[in-house]
Design a protein around this ligand. Structure first.
Ligand code: CA
Length: 226
């Protein structure tokens, strides 16, 4: 026979806040910095939550808006994250991205903003970042959106399944050099049919997104939702 279950504190069971969507469910309806624990065996860390877009619950992975923060960083810096979560530019950190995406089916949203205020977006199903042992390998599924698919543009231009590269750690498929050093940035670099380093959203000129009709791009966000 079924009976109602009451937890030890007499109320609803206390659940761990794994990401911003959990924070939203717990009543955190204001955008801002929150502490999350996606993996109980790892330390909690701070993330910026967007609680306004599409009913909220988005966890920010990256923000670029004015070039105020250099993305010319080492492997260790990309691993742990850098920049300013609260108001500035930042990279949340590859370890954090791994923990956030390891056990849950996630959607990646890329938002691009032009200098004239025009916004475009690209959305990918089944976004996942592998562990450091896997060199933070990127997985992305089906694309939808208005910005064009710059992550899986063609067979010779495909960031899916690529390892992460930084200016001093070459994991790209470009045999004659390091795309991270060339673009002064970390990314899941591939290499294209033109034998140049194909890239996504970061680089020494700020934000680049080859498929976008917005050129140049003023800023970008990477956001995650369950
Ligand atoms: Ca290379």
């Amino acid at each position: 026979m079924l009976s109602s279950v009451t937890s030890a504190d007499g109320g609803a069971a206390v659940t761990t806040v794994r990401d911003c969507s959990d924070q939203l469910l717990r009543g955190g309806q204001k955008s801002g910095v929150y502490l999350v624990t996606p993996d109980l065996r790892s330390r909690s860390f701070q993330v910026l939550c967007d609680m306004e877009l599409d009913a909220g619950g988005w966890t920010l992975l990256q923000r670029r808006q004015d070039g105020g923060v250099s993305f010319n960083r080492t492997w260790d810096e990309y691993r742990s994250g850098f920049g300013e979560l609260d108001g500035g530019e930042f990279w949340l950190g590859n370890n954090m991205m791994h923990l956030l995406t390891r056990d849950r089916d996630m959607v990646l949203l890329v938002e691009l903003e032009g200098f004239d205020g025009v916004m475009e977006y690209a959305e990918y199903e089944h976004f996942r970042v592998g562990s450091e042992r896997m060199r933070y390998r990127l997985t992305v599924g089906a694309y939808s959106g208005t910005a064009g698919d710059a992550l899986r543009f063609s067979k010779s231009y495909d960031h899916n399944n690529r390892a992460f590269t930084t200016p001093e750690r070459d994991n790209d498929r470009y045999p004659s050099g390091n795309c991270g050093a060339y673009y002064s940035s970390g990314w899941w670099f591939d290499w294209g049919a033109t034998r140049e380093c194909e890239m996504g959203y970061t680089g020494k000129r700020g934000v680049t997104y080859p498929q976008s009709i917005i050129q140049p791009i003023k800023g970008s966000h990477l956001k995650l939702s369950g």
